[in-house]
Design a protein. Structure first.
Length: 243
């Protein structure tokens, strides 16, 4: 018969074995789960996404600037040799894109373009599956910022991990200020459609140029050509159709 001390030792050993087996199971289950060990490719992919979020914010901001507030121009936009330009004033009506519309257009550009940032062939050891991308853009007077959710799943050796991080980027441009100026120009044309307030334009801190497209369309371009450390060169254009 076993003595009491021997029985105690057996129980302790059994508990240790069960604990070890449980730890191995938990470790294997969490190996590629959030909070567990992740494939080494994860950090590189997240770095690429972060850089791409900033690049697409810049590109989207530039695009909406030259197209009157739209990444995808509306149907009645003015077609030029270089791009489409949305109307700010159209035959007696205010047609200028609101700041909220422009924010959504930049977000749309970001969401559409980000899927092309990652080349899966550069990561042959893992399978990458992208989920729905959601971008939220905010326009301030002197900067544009975006917050992006870019979830993706990595599968390696039959184990998967879902990464759902938030990415943030901002770009110092005067889109907010330029949009305010555009609103004021449109407001003046609603009162006097055939008159250009040269006094108002020349007193602005930014360069405003006018290009006539025929007898009844004027394209306004608002730009900052004097660049310093707190802002980047930027242009916002919109078309006004008098009649």
């Amino acid at each position: 018969m076993l003595k009491r001390g021997q029985i105690t030792i057996f129980i302790i050993v059994a508990i240790a074995i069960v604990g070890a087996i449980t730890a191995v199971i938990i470790f294997r289950e969490n190996l590629f789960q959030p909070g567990g060990a992740l494939p080494p490719e994860t950090r590189e992919i997240k770095s690429i996404i972060s850089e791409c979020v900033f690049a697409n914010l810049v590109e989207g901001s530039v695009l909406v600037g030259i197209q009157g507030g739209y990444a995808i121009p509306p149907e009645n936009a003015l077609e030029t040799n270089f791009s489409y330009i949305a109307y700010g004033y159209y035959q007696g009506k205010n047609a200028l894109a609101t700041k909220e519309i422009i924010e959504k257009q930049i977000s749309l550009y970001t969401e559409t373009s980000l899927v092309f940032c990652i080349d899966s062939s550069e990561f042959p050891n893992v399978e990458i599956e992208f989920k729905d991308i959601v971008a939220t853009t905010k326009i301030d007077q002197k900067k544009v910022s975006t917050s992006v959710r870019f979830p993706f799943t990595l599968t390696k050796e039959n184990a998967s991990s879902r990464i759902d991080d938030a990415y943030y980027a901002e770009h110092k441009i005067n889109l907010g200020e330029f949009h305010t100026i555009a609103q004021e120009i449109v407001k003046k044309e609603l009162v006097a459609p055939t008159i250009v307030d040269i006094s108002y334009l020349t007193n602005l801190s930014y360069d405003v140029s006018l290009l006539h497209q025929g007898n009844d369309i004027i394209v306004y371009s608002i730009s900052n050509f004097i660049i310093n450390e707190t802002e980047n060169e930027y242009t916002f254009r919109f078309a006004n159709k008098i009649r």
